[in-house]
Write a protein of this length. Sequence first.
Length: 156
Amino acid sequence: MTPAAAAEGRIYEFTTESGAETVAVGRKLARLLQAPQLLVVRGELGAGKTTLVKGMVQELDAAEPDEVTSPTFTLIHEYEGALDGQPVKLYHLDVYRLESERQLETLGLDDLLAPEALVLVEWGEKFKSIRKRATGEIEISSQGGDARQITLTLKE
């Protein structure tokens, strides 16, 4: 897997055929990222966003797979782990239910953006402030059945 050069940065593309393969791609993505990062995670309901995050959390040795759930109702899940011996905090947010920038401000996003943080925001494309600050995007699209196309785009 070699990143494609693009005007907006580096692009990595993966195709998976099962949930287990989506988890494996999540593990690979964790290795491609360097904190700090704020990434918008895009995909329709049921596309596999949380399944992908399970793999990332596994790679950081931050939680067991069954402990990683969608933060739809809690809004934020925090995981502490390490990558190459360096501490990493992964914050998984779901802002689907939020309707305004004012509601978003109550989450304290600024406080999450520490030097050792990977911040993954599902439905972040809804908010101009997140799109503006994002350092990249992960897009997951269904290809029918359990097949998924996963694209990581990192800004330069």
